[in-house]
Design a protein around this ligand. Structure first.
Ligand code: GZL
Length: 343
């Protein structure tokens, strides 16, 4: 819902802040170095101005998530999107959100890099009368009126899907009574992806006293860290049966580490490999039998957000939680999706 009586204040405030923003940009320093300053919206366009603090660009999934949002919130669709890349640092997200507040944007969107530490800045947004939409990850808040809607995945379910697949696979292989040693490459500590995928898998693993989680180690959702942590696992554990990697980028790193030691993975491999995200490059490895199963985490959230903001602009109510559709990919079903995967 537009705030007409404030629009001139907002326009002046916005012009001032955007000129400040542009000066910061031209200085080449400051937290907004990733914001691409399209020409300032003029009031006649009546664009909905959205400030978006994306947590980073750490993974192929994140890139696809950003592109999905940029493709939806376009000028043609009536939006002016201010995009800021926080490089996986909470302080950069908080700085960006405060910048959006001072610019008096119409909506603030962000994907919380970790769940805690947002109450103060979101109260500032609420006091400024700016609705907040959470994207992808969740924020743990004392007062859930501090955000209007969340769009993302049921990541507990994702973790449970991994556990259920492993149960079924071991049964099919006649290994359901075998002692199974598991190591886990975890995502960014404290992120809802890491917390909920871990919780979901544990919901299943606790039913199997013969499953032993030898170690869970954060690898920050990146390929480089994934390789480093897998090298540590291989140094410390001689008999690993299952590697669970909480995103495909870490899986790519883990595969490099195992290949260097001559260890094979997948359908006929030494180690069962379970991954999350299901980006195209990983689905190719599922098709080749190198990754046993990839639990999809759908980054295509732009259209969900577009619908939510349009409803809010029309004064309609919106659901607080908006969960995106997701699949599980194995060698049995992956080929029918490979050609249409855009990320
Ligand atoms: C999941 C998302 C995670 C992805 C990773 O919703 O937050 O962050 O699984 C990304 O690839 O880094």
């Amino acid at each position: 819902m537009r705030r007409p009586y404030k629009k001139y204040i907002r326009l002046f405030g916005r012009m001032t802040c955007l000129m400040l923003l542009f000066s910061v940009l031209t200085a080449g320093c400051g937290p907004f170095q990733d914001v691409v300053p399209e020409e300032v919206p003029n009031e006649e366009e009546n664009l909905v101005v959205v400030g978006f603090s994306q947590l980073g660009s750490e993974s192929l999934w994140r890139t696809a998530n950003s592109e999905s949002i940029q493709k939806a919130l376009t000028r043609e669709n009536g939006f002016f999107l201010e995009f800021s890349n926080a490089r996986q640092k909470q302080e950069n997200q908080i700085k960006a959100i405060r910048g959006f507040i001072s610019q008096r944007v119409d909506y603030i969107m962000f994907s919380p890099v970790t769940e805690s530490g947002w109450d103060t800045v979101l109260r500032e947004a609420k006091d400024a009368g700016i609705p907040v939409i959470l994207v992808d990850r969740k924020a743990s808040l004392e007062d859930d009126s501090l955000y209007t809607a969340w769009v993302g995945s049921d990541m507990i379910s994702e973790g449970e899907k991994a556990g259920i697949w492993l149960e079924e696979y071991l049964k099919k292989e006649g290994r359901e009574e075998e002692e199974i040693n598991i190591v886990v490459l975890q995502g960014t500590v404290g992120s809802s992806a890491q917390l909920e995928r871990t919780k979901g898998f544990h919901n299943i693993a606790r039913e199997h006293s013969n499953w032993h989680i030898l170690k869970q180690e954060p690898a920050d959702f990146t390929t480089a860290k994934g390789k480093e942590v897998m090298e540590m696992f291989l140094r410390n554990y001689a008999d690993i049966d299952v590697v669970i990697s909480q995103n495909d980028d870490m899986t790519f790193g883990a595969l490099q580490a195992m290949e260097e030691k001559g260890i094979t993975t997948g359908v006929d491999g030494d180690i069962i490999l379970i991954s999350f995200d299901a980006v195209h490059d990983a689905l190719k490895l599922v098709s080749q039998g190198i990754i046993n199963v990839d639990i999809e985490c759908n980054p295509e959230q732009g259209e969900y957000i577009l619908e939510i903001i349009r409803k809010l602009e029309n004064g309609e109510s919106v659901d607080k939680e908006n969960i995106v559709e997701e699949k599980v990919f194995t060698q049995e079903n992956v080929d029918e999706y490979l050609d249409t995967r855009t990320y």
